[in-house]
Design a binder for this molecule. Structure first.
Ligand SMILES: Cc1ncc(COP(=O)(O)O)c(C=O)c1O
Length: 322
C-alpha cells in the first residue's frame, strides 16, 4: 500500500483531475475561511456529519444574466430546514448572502447554479450531533443546466414511482439525506422516462425526485398537492403567484392546493413539473397514457414564459452579482 504525506499533495492532486471539473467554478468553505476555484481543492472532510450521516441541509438556486433569482425564498427555506434538524446556522443571513454573492463572483460566470450547504460540521464519526463543535457553510458554484423544455420541446414522460413517500417531517425540509430522491431519479433513468412521481398511502400525489408536480383540470384550475407531504418548492409557489395573471386573462379559473389522485392526473387537461433547474415543464404522458391532447399545453407554456420574465425583470427578487 502506498503512503502519502502533505508534501505529496501536488502530485496526488494531479491524479484527481476529472473532465467534468470543467463545470465546477468556485467553492466557499467556512473550514477554509475563503473561496477556492481549483476543483481539486473543492473537498470536504469525511468526518463532517453531512458526509457520513447526511446531517445537513441545502438549497439550490441559479444566477441568470449575472443576477441570483429569489435568493430570499431559498434562504428562508434553508432557515426552516435547519430548524427542522435543530441545526444552528454558522453565520447570520446577511453574512451568508454576502458570502454567496462573493463566491458566485469568484466563479466568474453570470449564468450558474449555486448550492448552499449548512452541515453539522466535523466532529468524529458517530451519529451524535453533539459530537460536532460547530456547523459549517459550503457554497458551491457550478454550470447551469439548460431548462427542460428547451431540450425537449415535445414535453416530458412521467411514471409512477415505487419509492415510499417521505413522512411529513422529512418531506418539508431539504436535508442532505436524499436517498429516496436518488432512487426516484434512478427509477426514471432506468425506465427511460423523464421523471417519476410519488403518491402517499392515501393515493394522493406527492412530488418528483427534485420537482413539484401539478395539474390543470379540464375546468382550468391550476392545482398542486397540499404542502404537508412535499417540499414547498420556490418555483411552484412563485408560479402560483404569477398564475394570477392567467386567471385575469381567462386562461385559468382558480389556483390552489388539493388532494390529487392518479385518476385526476389522467383526466387533467395539462400535467406539469416544476423546479429551479427545469422551470415549468409540460408532461404529455403518465404511465404510458396520454395527457390532454398529448402535446404541451397553453397554461404551462404561459407559466414558463411568466417565470422567465420574472427572472429577467423582477428587481425585488434579483440579487445583482455582476
Ligand atoms: C424534493 C423536491 N421537491 C421540489 C423541489 C423544487 O423546489 P424548487 O422549486 O425550490 O427548486 C426540489 C428542489 O430541488 C426538491 O428537491
Amino acid at each position: 500500500m502506498k503512503r502519502f504525506s502533505l508534501e505529496d499533495w501536488p502530485q496526488l492532486a494531479s491524479h484527481l483531475r476529472q473532465p467534468y471539473h470543467g463545470n465546477y467554478f468556485a467553492l466557499y468553505s467556512s473550514l477554509y475561511g475563503g473561496v477556492v476555484t481549483d476543483p481539486v481543492l473543492m473537498t470536504l472532510p469525511l468526518d463532517d456529519h453531512m458526509v457520513h450521516r447526511g446531517d445537513g441541509v441545502f438549497e439550490a438556486f441559479k444566477a441568470v444574466g449575472g443576477k441570483i433569482y429569489n435568493l430570499r425564498g431559498h434562504l428562508d427555506r434553508l432557515v426552516s430546514s435547519a430548524r427542522g434538524l435543530s441545526l444552528k446556522l454558522p453565520c447570520s443571513l446577511v453574512q451568508m448572502e454576502s458570502i454567496i454573492v462573493e463566491t458566485v463572483r469568484a466563479g466568474g460566470k453570470p449564468e450558474c447554479m449555486i448550492r448552499v450547504f449548512v452541515s453539522r460540521g466535523p466532529g468524529g464519526f458517530s451519529v451524535n450531533p453533539y459530537e460536532c463543535p460547530s456547523p459549517q457553510l459550503y457554497v458551491m458554484v457550478t454550470a447551469l443546466g439548460t431548462p427542460f423544455m428547451q431540450l425537449h420541446p415535445e414535453g416530458a414522460r412521467i411514471r409512477t414511482s415505487a419509492i415510499e413517500a417521505k413522512s411529513a417531517g422529512m418531506a418539508n425540509i431539504k436535508n442532505c439525506n436524499y436517498a429516496p430522491n436518488v432512487l426516484m431519479k434512478k427509477e426514471a433513468v432506468d425506465a427511460g422516462v423523464d421523471f417519476t412521481v410519488g403518491f402517499d398511502e392515501n393515493g394522493f400525489l406527492t412530488e418528483g425526485s427534485t420537482e413539484n408536480v401539478g395539474i390543470v383540470t379540464r375546468d382550468r384550475r391550476l392545482l398542486f398537492p397540499k404542502l404537508d407531504r412535499i417540499l414547498a418548492g420556490t418555483t411552484m409557489l412563485r408560479g402560483m403567484e404569477l398564475a394570477k395573471e392567467l386567471v385575469g386573462a381567462g386562461l385559468l379559473t382558480a389556483i390552489g392546493f388539493a388532494d390529487i389522485t392518479h385518476a385526476d392526473i389522467l383526466s387533467a387537461a395539462e400535467l406539469l413539473v416544476t423546479g429551479t433547474t427545469i422551470n415549468f415543464v409540460s408532461a404529455v404522458e403518465m404511465d404510458d397514457r396520454q395527457i390532454g391532447d398529448g402535446r404541451p399545453g397553453p397554461v404551462v407554456a404561459a407559466l414558463d414564459e411568466l417565470l422567465r420574465r420574472d427572472m429577467r425583470q423582477n428587481r425585488a427578487l434579483l440579487t445583482q452579482v455582476f
